[in-house]
Design a protein around this ligand. Structure first.
Ligand SMILES: Cc1cc2nc3c(=O)[nH]c(=O)nc-3n(C[C@H](O)[C@H](O)[C@H](O)COP(=O)(O)OP(=O)(O)OC[C@H]3O[C@@H](n4cnc5c(N)ncnc54)[C@H](O)[C@@H]3O)c2cc1C
Length: 421
């Protein structure tokens, strides 16, 4: 249909939904549920089949969710089903070392007892998180989930509405399109939004391990010359491992069988948890920094990895995305209550202003930490060790860093403060 004719017809019509979310990974469902709580009609279109994803057993993927992110999941009412399956993070140990030599002394340690809010975060397995999102979306009458369908085109030129086209040929009209379609966001590309960033030349090797000794809820971040190794506690004597290596080395390790993979992991992991074995599948993720120059465009906003892909040091990716979710939901719901057009440039700019600084701070912070630690320099190793020792000796600084890890320092959206919108 001719665009001007279509725009003219749509002006007189109520759109099919208030918000169309492209992408039903993790941030898409969280945003849909938050908006529906505010009375908005939402369509979520996801290229992956929801049922196929939901029936998988434990596949080795898990997320470290900061306390502030847990509050978002509480606000959208999915926390009760996740709580029993989540592992509280009681403490964090940060150290540097070399494969085969264990951690060097002067380790930096954080304990949840140093803040009054309780555990600084929870580990949640992907299978439980996605299943909880799916069930909640299916029980929410204001959400229509279209799974196994790809958005192939979008038109944001209309004065009052935008619309998208699915690969089935179906067209859906909406007030606002939100791209939650991950790092290679086609929504952003179609809107002409450019990205900046760089390749780290590192690949993350991800798996879960079983071990002999209990982890006591402690998360370990060990900085090795080739890249960081995170050991994150899961329920039982199990941990999630995110281990970054130079891309050529990672490719060689990924090509090995399970025993070969473990032979490379053991000297890096160390023996502090006794014997280790693999559980679930193994994954590799090439690492690059990729941040959208704009988080908004006419009748369009970007959320989660579609807006920013950061280094997985400190497991902040999903936490940043959930902060976008909480901020955008608050901006849109408040605008709707005031009778504003939720997709007006003024309203969308509130979201962009709120989120851009925090994202830049985190993206560049993770980048700097990775550069500082991922190298062989003996001098830098000594400086890093002294720096960690110094932070460890100052309780106020430690407390500040614990609050940062728990996501309690940034200008918090209401959902992250445990308040209703
Ligand atoms: C190794 C590694 C470890 C990590 N560990 C942590 C951690 O411990 N804690 C943490 O907070 N974060 C972590 N992260 C980051 C976290 O995994 C991501 O930030 C998060 O998964 C992003 O979710 P998303 O919903 O934005 O995007 P995605 O999960 O990528 O979802 C995008 C969705 O969009 C859909 N889609 C794409 N194109 C289309 C289209 N055209 N039409 C319809 N649908 C489409 C896809 O099917 C997909 O379902 C880690 C990341 C890596 C790489």
């Amino acid at each position: 249909m001719d665009k001007s004719l279509r725009a003219g017809i749509f002006i007189c019509m109520t759109p099919d939904c208030d918000i169309l979310i492209v992408g039903g990974g993790l941030n898409g469902p969280a945003l849909a549920l938050a908006l529906a709580k505010g009375g908005m009609r939402v369509v979520v279109a996801d290229a992956r089949s929801a049922d196929a994803r939901a029936i998988r057993g434990f596949d080795g993927r898990a997320y470290a969710l900061a306390l502030a992110s847990v509050r978002v999941l509480q606000a959208i009412d999915i926390w009760p089903v996740l709580d029993q399956a989540a592992q509280p993070i009681q403490g964090i140990r940060v150290s540097q070392g070399r494969a085969g030599q264990g951690a060097f002394p002067l380790t930096l340690g954080f304990d949840h007892a140093e803040i009054e809010e309780g555990p600084m975060g929870r580990m949640v397995e992907d299978r439980h998180l996605y299943a909880a999102f799916l069930e909640a979306m299916r029980n929410e009458p204001l959400i229509t989930l279209k799974s196994g369908v790809r958005v192939v085109a979008q038109d944001t030129q209309g004065a009052l509405q935008a619309h998208v086209t699915l690969d089935t040929g179906e067209e859906i009209s909406t007030r606002l399109i939100v791209g939650c379609d991950g790092r290679d966001s086609a929504v952003a590309q179609r809107a002409g939004i450019r990205r900046w960033g760089w390749d780290y030349g590192q690949t993350a090797l991800v798996c879960a391990v079983t071990h002999e000794k209990p982890h006591e809820g402690i998360a370990h971040q060990l900085f090795l010359p080739a890249g960081p190794l995170a050991i994150l506690p899961l329920p039982g004597n199990r941990s999630s491992v995110v281990w970054s290596e130079r891309t050529d080395i990672a490719a060689a390790i990924a090509a090995l069988d399970a025993d070969g993979w473990l032979d490379h992991l053991r000297p890096r992991f160390g023996s502090f948890l006794g014997q280790i074995g693999l559980e679930g599948a193994r994954f590799t993720y090439p690492l690059r920094l990729s941040v959208a120059e704009d988080f908004i465009a006419p009748r369009l906003a970007l959320v989660g990895d579609a807006a920013h892909g950061v280094h997985p040091i400190a497991g902040q990716g999903l936490n940043l995305g959930l902060r976008d979710v909480a901020a955008l939901a608050e901006v849109l719901i408040e605008a709707a209550r005031r009778g504003e057009d939720i997709a007006s440039p003024l309203v969308l700019d509130r979201y962009q202003q709120w989120r851009r600084f925090d994202v830049m701070k985190m993206a560049l912070g993770m980048d700097a930490v990775n550069r500082l630690f991922s190298n062989e320099s003996g001098l830098l190793a000594a400086v890093r060790g002294l720096g960690m020792g110094a932070v460890n000796a100052v309780p106020m600084l430690r407390r500040l860093m614990i609050r940062e890890a728990a996501g309690l320092n940034a200008a918090q959206p209401r959902m992250m403060q445990g308040l209703p919108i």
